[in-house]
Ligand binder design. Structure first.
Ligand code: UD1
Ligand code: M6R
Length: 691
């Protein structure tokens, strides 16, 4: 929900202006994760000083604040570490005080930025208040900064390392988090850690790294610190467990040939989009990793030393995204750019996976699991928001092709019901970000119960991508706009491909599979045809819909999901009330809403349910409703009698991929006409990493 960014230079001379600009640029790349306030911390003029600047509003407001400071922007540093944060408020209103970084005291001895929620913060706060601490914010995060100081002061005479101090802090915390810590007691050092919230570290050097991994230090050297295991009130007596000592080991990746330290820069961020312009070499932290950066070296420690389940190294991977992919280019908004990318993004989802000549689908990510999935007792699809709609949109074709009973659940409801899950279930988690808290919790619930867990994600290295047994990356490219558009069409295609591959040994469905694969081949062209109607859709939004308060979307069968997704897009970014209604349900209640004033969009593209939707149309027009109809090009009767949006016809199970495009464009124009900041709609954030 929030975005965190850190920048550390070692033996690379940078002035304060450069550091501040780097932090602010990092934040602006992460702004889609939270945009109600922002802040940053950098070194002050002396070693025991840290400057903190915070501002309500978007990153641009923080930049303005920073630019007007009377500080020496030319002051140069050979080594320096800074951190920054963009917030989506959970605990405490968006305000300057509640913004991050948070600090331990008036001297800013410890400063930190946090993404996530500390669920036991009240207990910690009460204990610290008893110890004489007072709090200046309403946030859960501030208690972590104060707890760090409390533990540090209790250990003052013991030469405690920054890493060990943070270990002690983290052992007291419950909830989800990614943190960056900075301290005047440990100049030019950063400690970062995560549990449940994403965090990665980019590395930039002039020379190639010696190896492309970092050893994990499990702290089992004889002189390693011995921190007692978690005890809810452990920090009441932190000296228990012996005197902490240094546990130094060399990290092979950063050793230079001649043993001399080499110039290096580190970039820490909640996601890759803030790092890629600086370096493509990144390392993803695992839960309970404690990363310590000092003296040009990155060390990864584990929270507990007997943690045998964690791999012994963290690989330094090469990012595949390009800077251009996270820039708006000539478009006004990311959402608009992403809608327009769909002719390409749908191809990227299928690239190397669909052979249009032999009509064969091969998903490398499911290799090794196909026979287990085919034997499943049922398939349970679990997701939130738009990702949930992509599951709804493809459930019918899954059932038809695989004949495996399929169930689609919203992640939060799935968890609330404590849905029974068994070892012979296959659970499919669909998530653009791969970091949605509800979906992750549902995934862990299913993993615990022994089900095979499959991920469908857009983000390589995300929690869902890493923790599922197998899965498919949808390869749609980074999606920045809060409203999900290209990820929806790519998830939809990934699920259709999965259904096709699972049924490849069923001869009776061969023709059907071929028909669908032919439809997939024509899809990019079809999407382009709809995008070409941009001007008409803009006009429709402007002249017919923008003054309305409400909009109903109706359809049935495959188009039910299109209606729900279209309505979500409209309400999410234009703030107009909009509802997707299954046309078969009209007479069971919603028909009461229909009169000559109620705006309705009816989806009537040709499939086997067309006659039934015709009857819904009659029910609406009989109540003087004047629906706008999404129909196939050439459906002359409808085109003559109604206001229509015409789309090319394709296989029934793919028609939703085409029908959603005009609704994405309509929602976009409604938002633009309403003067809404399309990519940053109120109260929302791109990646919902809290429950
Ligand atoms: C992979 C490579 C791709 C390369 C291709 C060549 C990656 C990320 N992909 O693509 O660059 O061009 O081989 O053969 O390196 N996974 C999960 N959960 C998920 C998503 C994926 O466990 O939610 C796993 C898959 O099971 C697989 C791996 O991640 O083991 C990569 O998945 P995916 O990118 O879909 O595989 P390929 O299409 O084969
Ligand atoms: O990253 P995820 O796909 O897991 O996100 C799920 C939802 O939060 C997301 O689809 C949300 O509904 C979108 N903002 C809709 O446009």
């Amino acid at each position: 929900m929030c975005g965190i960014f850190g920048y550390l230079n070692f033996l690379v001379e940078r002035d304060r202006r450069f550091v501040l600009d780097t932090l602010i640029k990092g934040l602006s790349r992460l702004e889609y994760r939270g945009y109600d306030s922002a802040g940053l911390a950098v070194d002050g003029d002396t070693e025991d000083q840290t400057f903190i600047f915070k501002q309500v509003g978007k990153v641009a407001a923080l930049k303005k604040l920073v630019d007007t400071q009377e500080i020496d922007f030319e002051k140069s540093y050979i080594s320096h570490c800074g951190m920054a944060h963009t917030r989506w408020a959970t605990h405490g209103q968006p305000s300057q005080l509640n913004s991050h970084p948070h600090r331990s005291d008036n001297h800013n001895e410890f400063t930190l930025v946090h993404n996530g929620i500390i669920t036991n913060y009240k207990e910690i706060k009460t204990l610290l208040e008893k110890k004489g601490f007072s709090f200046e914010t309403e946030t859960d995060t501030e208690c972590v900064a104060k707890l760090t100081k409390y533990l540090y002061d209790s250990q003052k005479n013991s030469d405690i390392t920054f890493t060990d101090l943070v270990k002690m802090v983290v052992k007291e915390l419950e909830g989800s988090f990614a943190f960056i810590f900075k301290s005047t007691h440990f100049p030019n050092e950063i400690v970062a850690t995560r549990r449940g919230s994403p965090l990665l570290i980019g590395v930039k050097t002039a020379k190639k790294l010696k190896v492309d991994f970092v050893d994990v230090e499990f702290g089992n050297a004889p002189d390693a610190i011995n921190i007692p295991d978690k005890d809810p009130t452990g920090f009441m007596d932190p000296t228990e467990g012996g005197r902490p000592q240094m546990n130094r080991s060399l990290s092979r990746a950063f050793m230079s040939e001649d043993g001399m330290p080499q110039p290096i820069e580190f970039f820490l961020a909640s996601d890759a989009s803030a790092i890629v312009e600086h370096t493509k070499r990144v390392l993803y932290l695992e839960d309970d990793d404690i990363a310590h950066i000092a003296d040009g070296e990155l060390h990864i420690h584990r929270l507990r030393r007997d943690d045998g389940n964690s791999p012994a190294t963290r690989s330094i991977q090469t990012l595949e995204i390009e800077l251009a992919e996270i820039m708006k280019g000539s478009f006004d908004h990311f959402m608009q750019k992403e809608i327009y990318e769909q002719p390409e993004s749908v191809v990227n989802t299928m690239r190397g996976r669909v052979n249009f000549e032999t009509h064969k689908v091969t998903l490398g990510g499911l290799r090794g699991y196909l026979s287990i999935i085919r034997r499943a007792r049922r398939i349970v699809f679990i997701a939130c928001g738009t990702s949930f709609h992509s599951c709804l949109a493809t459930r019918a074709i899954f059932e038809e092709l695989t004949e495996i009973p399929s169930q689609v659940d919203l992640a939060s409801d799935f968890l609330d019901r404590r849905t029974p899950i068994f070892r012979d279930d296959v659970c499919v988690f669909v998530s653009q970000s791969g970091e949605t808290a509800d979906t992750i919790m549902a995934m862990r619930y299913c993993l615990e119960r022994g089900a095979v867990c499959v991920g469908i994600t857009n983000t390589v290295g995300s929690s869902i991508s890493r923790e599922t047994h197998c899965g498919v990356h949808i390869n749609a490219g980074p999606e920045i706009g809060v409203a999900s558009t290209k990820a929806y069409t790519s998830q939809y295609i990934a699920l259709v491909m999965m259904a096709i591959q699972l049924s490849e040994d069923r001869l009776s469905t061969t023709k059907r599979r071929e028909e669908i694969i032919d439809g997939l081949y024509r899809l990019p062209g079809h999407v382009k045809e709809v995008l070409a109607q941009d001007a008409n859709l803009q006009k429709l939004a402007e002249e017919t819909l923008s003054k309305e308060k409400s909009l109903l979307l109706m359809g049935r069968g495959y188009q039910n999901a299109t209606c729900l997704e279209g309505a979500l897009k409209i309400k999410e970014i234009s703030y107009m009330h909009s509802e997707g209604i299954l046309a078969g349900e009209l007479k069971h209640g919603p028909l009461a809403l229909i009169d000559e004033n109620m705006p309705v969009i009816l989806i009537m593209t040709k499939d086997s349910l067309y006659p039934k939707v015709q009857s819904a149309l009659q029910q609406v027009t009989a109540r003087k409703g004047q629906p706008i109809i999404i129909c196939n090009t050439g459906d002359d009767n409808l085109i003559r009698d109604y206001k229509t949006i015409q789309v090319p016809q394709t296989a029934d199970c793919l028609q939703g991929l085409i029908n959603i495009i005009p609704l994405q464009l309509l929602s976009y124009y409604l938002a633009v006409l309403g003067n809404i900041d399309v990519d940053f709609p109120r109260n929302l954030a791109k990646s919902v990493t809290v429950e």
